[in-house]
Design a binder for this molecule. Structure first.
Ligand SMILES: CC(C)(COP(=O)(O)OP(=O)(O)OC[C@H]1O[C@@H](n2cnc3c(N)ncnc32)[C@H](O)[C@@H]1OP(=O)(O)O)[C@@H](O)C(=O)NCCC(=O)NCCS
Length: 187
């Protein structure tokens, strides 16, 4: 059980940079975080998440949850792509089970449905719902307030009021759940 810090088993320094962990962060013992990764307060990282901040940076905003089996990675700088593609995930974001987020930028209050793939250069604005199994192709911009589904992803419709409010509620639920894990989990 991890309470706001990492052990050597899943925190790995790369080129002298070690993941930076905020307060009350929960990280499952089976998750792996390598290199230039910053987790803000109350983030939760669930079983079998792999996050590799080696050739660029990964930042995860406050109260965001990254669910089981999700992979987070980035793209290196090159002459064709001088900044590469970092991965930035905003606040109160829910990333469902077994997603792949690669070199993209997500705003706040987003739900990434189970198994979704989000590719390099994508920008997801605040308050977006991405359906399970969606594929978001490189450099696409997902506009605030909409549901997107499909492979490749398409704008389906405006979010209903209940869906829009669930985006924040989902993050609250996961903050409460990780607090319960911090209190009750036994290793
Ligand atoms: C997209 C979603 C929000 C449902 O939206 P909805 O508007 O209520 O959709 P409905 O169930 O009424 O289905 C409407 C159509 O969309 C299709 N559809 C539903 N979910 C879909 C998805 N993820 N991808 C593609 N199509 C989908 C349905 O098959 C249906 O198609 P049809 O009209 O040809 O029959 C939901 O299916 C979803 O993907 N939720 C994500 C859940 C999740 O992963 N949570 C995170 C884990 S904690």
């Amino acid at each position: 059980m991890i309470k706001g810090k990492l052990t050597d088993t899943h925190s790995r320094s790369y080129r002298g940079i070690t993941p930076q962990i905020g307060n009350r962060v929960y990280i499952d013992a089976s998750a792996v975080l390598v290199g230039d990764i910053t987790l803000a307060d109350d983030v939760s990282i669930w079983p079998l998440v792999a996050a590799r901040g080696d050739v660029n940076t990964i930042t995860i905003g406050a109260r965001t949850n990254i669910q089981d089996g999700t992979v987070l990675h980035v793209t290196r700088k090159s002459s064709a792509n001088p900044e590469g593609n970092l991965l930035a995930i905003g606040e109160d974001v829910t990333v469902g089970h077994k997603c792949m987020l690669h070199g993209c930028v997500l705003g706040d209050r987003i739900l990434v449905g189970m198994g979704a793939i989000i590719m390099d250069g994508v920008i997801v604005e605040d308050d977006v719902f991405i359906g399970a199994g969606s594929l978001v192709p490189p450099n696409k911009i997902l506009k605030s307030g909409y549901l997107y589904v499909g492979n490749p992803v398409k704008q389906a419709r405006l979010l209903k009021g209940s869906e829009a409010s669930f985006l924040k509620q989902s993050a609250i639920n996961y903050v409460e759940l990780k607090d319960e894990y911090i209190e009750h989990e036994q290793v």
